[in-house]
Design a protein around this ligand. Structure first.
Ligand code: ADP
Ligand code: MG
Length: 236
């Protein structure tokens, strides 16, 4: 469903990604795990179409989208520093993607009601983002990303800056949601426990290179590089 072939990204002299090959199957949830600055967000932005690669190819659903703009890639995304529209209500924020796609008014209302119920925000529909807690804002961001029924969902540290217990709750909720909707999901995290619990497979990034991609148990039992061994094995 998502295929990166030999993708490299550079910012001036900085190589943010080097020769990355990654294949994410339809319906799979893959976690991108790695230390700060390893290229996780850049990889997601390349898939989203927000960062042009200096080399390589991005294929989504069998189509070469390397030079397609974000809105023609059929994906929903939630980035780390998600900024909702402050002057819009929760309902309007979630409806935004449908409105710009000129969906019919009744369809928008029905879809947004469903989504708000799904993320447990039905009672908060008429509030503004600043009247929500951090966890509620994150759930609103997810509802907004899901509104366009993306076949591919990109999440960049969707639970960053939340309390541990809220993170755990949202994690379990995201797993259920993913199983229900079946969207192909690529999620960035630097939280090993989060990756281990949520992901079908984990892709470990180090300094712009993919060190290893595999199911959580395999990375744990059979690390292919010293970096993976240390990074996965370090439980402190
Ligand atoms: P991560 O998400 O894993 O923390 P990033 O993908 O944000 O890492 O960054 C990877 C590398 O690319 C880092 O060295 C970072 O400083 C650099 N980088 C990222 N975005 C930019 C940018 N817009 N301009 C210059 N350098 C950048
Ligand atoms: Mg990042």
């Amino acid at each position: 469903m998502i295929e990166l072939r030999n993708v490299s990204v550079a910012f001036g002299p900085v190589r943010a990604l080097s020769d990355v090959d990654l294949l994410v199957a339809e319906g799979e949830l893959v976690a991108l795990l790695g230390p700060s600055g390893s290229g996780k967000s850049t990889l997601l932005r390349v898939v989203a179409g927000l960062e042009p690669p200096v080399a390589g190819t991005v294929v989504i659903d069998g189509r070469d989208v390397t030079y397609e703009p974000p809105q023609r890639r059929g994906i929903g995304f939630v980035f780390q520093h998600y900024a909702p529209f402050p002057h819009m209500t929760v309902r309007e924020n979630v409806a935004f993607g449908l409105r710009v796609r000129r969906a019919r008014r009744e369809l928008i209302r029905r879809r947004v009601d469903e989504l708000l119920a799904m993320v447990g925000l039905e009672k908060f529909a008429e509030r503004r983002p600043h009247q929500l807690s951090g966890g509620q804002r994150q759930r609103m961001a997810l509802a907004r990303a899901l509104a366009i029924e993306p076949r591919v969902l990109l999440l960049d540290e969707p639970f960053a800056a939340l309390d541990a217990h809220v993170r755990r709750e949202l994690r379990a909720w995201l797993r259920r949601l993913h199983d229900e909707l079946g969207a192909t999901t690529l999620m960035v995290t630097h939280d090993r426990a989060e990756a281990m619990e949520l992901a079908d497979r984990i892709a470990v990034l180090n300094d712009g290179r993919l060190e290893q991609v595999g199911p959580p148990g395999e990375l744990y039992d059979n690390p292919q590089t010293p970096f993976v061994r240390d990074f996965i094995g370090d439980t402190t």
